[in-house]
Write a protein that binds this ligand. Sequence first.
Ligand code: BES
Ligand code: MN
Ligand code: MN
Length: 464
Amino acid sequence: MTSISSYIEKHKQRFLDELLDLLRIPSVSADSNYAKDVHRCAATVAESLRNAGCEHVEICETSGYPIVYGEKNVNPDLPTVLVYGHYDVQPPDPLDLWNSPPFEPVIKETKLHPEGAIYARGACDDKGQFYMHVKALEYMVSEGALPCNVKFMIEGEEEVGSKSLGTFVRENREKLANDIILISDTGMIGRNAPSITTGLRGLSYVEVTVTGPNRDLHSGLYGGAVANPINVLAQMIASLHDENRRITIPGFYDKVQEVSKEERQLLAAAPFDLQEYKDALDIPDVMGEAGYATHERNAIRPTLDVNGIWGGYIGEGAKTVIPSQAHAKLSMRLVPDQDWEEITELFQKHFEAIAPEGVSVAVRPHHGGQAYVTPMDHIGYQAAHKAYETTFGKAPVPQRGGGSIPIVALFEKELGSKTILMGFGLDSDAIHSPNEHFGIWNYFKGIETIPHFYQHFTALSQGE
Ligand code: BES
Ligand code: MN
Ligand code: MN
């Protein structure tokens, strides 16, 4: 039997070319102008699953974008791995900050990626990463090295809140039944510091509108006499944090699980250089909740951020105006055991309560999801640990991720399965940003590591 590394060596160029083709499809789920491309991408993913040896490949239509499903059954007595990923991508804006067009992938060498990195929207999040699983499957099937059953579920609405997936999962519990869920949609610390993501934060996303006068007003004639919605909104947002950078919404922290001293120590073992961190972002200093280190603030603590704010005149030159309305989009990252719907309500109540007289405030909830933590004593985690040890030559460290994949908590609730997050991206890969990229080394390392997970998971499931 060919080893995975020699199989990769032999098919390297094709593995790369196939991913580049996938990246040429602008499958932006947030913008309906790309609807055709999103559907075309689903068809391409389905084809790639068939080519890799999947059976019963289906493009499952939903009220939104389709979910691509496929499976390969070896033996019903063996465990089943469910691979989840997403073929949709974030909008590429702002386009002028890209050094090359977002849907015309190019390979460039960088300091962190001396073998080259693929620059394209979705390269790391998540096309490059779910495609590692497709190629790992191709190897295992073609070499007769698939040790257990596998199911693939690749969706097209992750970046817009997985609206259709919840229903799909609830309606297809049997079809999706599995022993472990495997996802590559997170990151790792570095090539010399392999890590496994053991947690994801929850999310509550809201939009707020502050309305003042019934029309825009001359700021000379009315200034000082009526509330300016932008001034008011800015003040309201500023009041959401106190001097310790803690969130002031009453009840916000009530259900926050404090992470044990032992786990904080374990997480602190992950290599982190504050100076390098600041240098990489060109910031004079970091800022966050008092009493917590940077790697804790962005992973085990809840946060509140404004994602966008607008209103008034922003065109060329100057216009003296008091706008009728001001708007903002805000997100809160949540941790166990905060409930996103409850937090959304707390936010709404509080934001309405702090509105000064003279304006009205509307809060519109968007979407959200619960946080998730992978138990490290689970055989899935142990299997991943052994797989990384094999291909990186050293033990991986656990790392809590700050991002969100809301569907993971739902998988546990609806399917009763745990999720293992084997991410191979780097924080510096600029996901959701201009010039997103994914290291070629990382891509192949992922493909190499995944089959080892299957082997170890099957062995551990059988009590070996
Ligand atoms: N893959 C990311 C989430 C992620 C990235 C988690 C890196 C941990 C490390 C995912 O595609 C994403 O962007 N999720 C959104 C939430 C979603 C509901 C739009 C996020 O985290 O903002
Ligand atoms: Mn993703
Ligand atoms: Mn994303």
